[in-house]
Design a protein around this ligand. Sequence first.
Ligand code: GDP
Length: 305
Amino acid sequence: KETLDKGLEKTKQSVFSKLTRAVAGKSKVDDEVLDNLEEILITSDVGVDTTLKIIERIEERVARDKYVSTGELNNILKDEIAALLSENNTQDNDNWELPETGNPYVILVVGVNGVGKTTTIGKLAHQFKQAGKSVYLGAADTFRAAAVEQICIWGERVGVPVVKQQMGSDPASVAFDTLSSAKANGADVVIIDTAGRLHNKIGLMNELKKIKDVMKKVMPEAPNEVLLVLDGSTGQNAFEQAKQFSAVTNITALAITKLDGTAKGGVVIGISDQLKVPVKYIGLGEGMEDLQLFNRKHFVDSLFN
Ligand code: GDP
């Protein structure tokens, strides 16, 4: 909770100071307050469509209750945003337990370079290991030498094995090797890195399809999670990437990084709503510990308290 509060500080302060200005001198939520609120949410990177949805719900509430004081606005916003997030299956995750399937739980990680993909994989490995699970990493971004190196560094730092092949080898083959080793060794979690070349959409689509098909040869249910990593500090860019990736493959969970040091934390709400995909993890710093399971209640509390 403290890390979250600290990480979301910039977003909170920005939203908060705008809110305070929006209701200054007003005791009742009226059209003018709602107009101001709409502008605040849009400029806080919640996105236009999601903002309109939230405003509409608050309007309904104001119409129903006749009188809503501006003092209640914070709590109303918290309620509406939490409700909105629960509509896309966002869970209040509070532990690192995994479903019992008898096989390792497989997370296929996608996202463009620079968003914090490798760091997120390292942090995930650390969190799962801390929770007593054995973890395997697969270096299936065989396109860049640096990607393989980086993931090996994280593997060493966290103390988990990394399965790799030489540069330029077939990513699906790396995925196959990783799943086979993990299964043979009774691992609990497998996390596979992939190359995020969005400029070649057909290539990326085929590559991810091939990786998934090959995974199923080892375990029919794999991948259990297709995790898209997005850089929260890029605001609207993250929205665009989210849309483009969901056109290429079926995304089942989101990790939103770099929420520390940005006032654009509102993207979490908008992206999840627009994509209908739950946010599962959030990145709040560069360190091993700076990844949290997303919890709706904690999130809205940190933003609006
Ligand atoms: P990749 O190219 O997507 O694999 O990106 P990296 O994992 O190498 O991360 C790119 C940069 O972002 C590195 O300097 C990371 O330390 C940094 N980074 C990743 N996640 C976070 C985060 O949650 N907060 C902050 N402040 N920095 C992050």
